[in-house]
Design a protein around this ligand. Sequence first.
Ligand SMILES: *[C@@H]1O[C@H](CO)[C@@H](O)[C@H](O)[C@H]1NC(C)=O
Ligand SMILES: *[C@@H]1O[C@H](CO)[C@@H](O)[C@H](O)[C@H]1NC(C)=O
Ligand SMILES: *[C@@H]1O[C@H](CO)[C@@H](O)[C@H](O)[C@H]1NC(C)=O
Ligand SMILES: *[C@@H]1O[C@H](CO)[C@@H](O)[C@H](O)[C@H]1NC(C)=O
Ligand SMILES: *[C@@H]1O[C@H](CO)[C@@H](O)[C@H](O)[C@H]1NC(C)=O
Ligand SMILES: *[C@@H]1O[C@H](CO)[C@@H](O)[C@H](O)[C@H]1NC(C)=O
Length: 235
Amino acid sequence: MEPPSGPSRRRCVPWKRLLLAASLLTFWTLPTTTQLSIETVPPLAAEGSNVLLLAHNMTEKTLCYFWYRGESEETIKLIASYTVATNLITTGPAHSGRETLYPNGTLLIQNVTQKDTGSYTLLILKFDLKAGQTGHLYVHHPVAWPSLQASNTTVAEHEGSVVLTCLTDETGVSICWCFEGQSLLLTRGMTLSLDNSTLTIDPVSRKDAGDYQCEVSNRANSSKSDPLRLHVKCK
Ligand SMILES: *[C@@H]1O[C@H](CO)[C@@H](O)[C@H](O)[C@H]1NC(C)=O
Ligand SMILES: *[C@@H]1O[C@H](CO)[C@@H](O)[C@H](O)[C@H]1NC(C)=O
Ligand SMILES: *[C@@H]1O[C@H](CO)[C@@H](O)[C@H](O)[C@H]1NC(C)=O
Ligand SMILES: *[C@@H]1O[C@H](CO)[C@@H](O)[C@H](O)[C@H]1NC(C)=O
Ligand SMILES: *[C@@H]1O[C@H](CO)[C@@H](O)[C@H](O)[C@H]1NC(C)=O
Ligand SMILES: *[C@@H]1O[C@H](CO)[C@@H](O)[C@H](O)[C@H]1NC(C)=O
């Protein structure tokens, strides 16, 4: 432990030396006076993207900070620490090589994978205070490429009908349709199934001829099918 040299002399120690202290202080309480908060940008990330865990309201009196994987300060889960006085960043056992700690307390995680989903805790040490705040990250898998199928790609105007089906293995996604690269405006004769996975055009008019695509989205990512061309035979 530190010598009793008074709070103003308190300094940050390397994480290895902190091990002892940390094991004695596995839990801390968040003082209600601190407004420290963590904002995850984006909170729902697609696999492969970069994420920022922004530390808001870091005060100037901070001596050093520590980012941990999870919700407690276990040394084995330390990602990195920063000592203000020496401007020194030290990586910890939980550093994967993709994390960058900025001097303002913000943590950048690059090229996230689903395994990065979880909680991250920022611990700050001040002269007379120790405070922590936890942020959360959710990493979605990228949406698999959907394909588009038509009951018939060449139909006779005013007589024929066509059913377009968006084929996807994804669940819990939303589906939207594009016509000629633009979001499809439903016109007379067009109906969508409840889940938007099928588009029925009955009867087909010459205005319906062109390229159709379906786009499948989850909350973090989306994927569009190849265009499928509908030909309309005019009489
Ligand atoms: C920063 O702290 C103030 C109060 O001290 C609070 O009103 C504000 O919401 C906090 N900002 C963030 C981004 O948490
Ligand atoms: C901290 O610095 C990083 C890198 O310069 C920046 O992207 C981020 O927005 C900053 N965080 C805050 C809370 O301003
Ligand atoms: C991102 O991570 C994957 C493995 O998870 C790897 O194959 C890929 O090369 C990485 N991309 C970058 C730009 O680092
Ligand atoms: C497709 O539509 C055309 C014109 O309406 C029709 O002649 C043809 O039989 C249809 N093909 C199939 C496989 O239904
Ligand atoms: C169906 O598509 C419409 C827009 O075309 C969209 O507003 C709606 O949210 C979609 N519904 C589902 C379940 O995907
Ligand atoms: C979906 O995720 C993949 C892989 O991470 C990425 O290449 C693509 O740009 C993302 N698409 C959107 C619309 O975010």
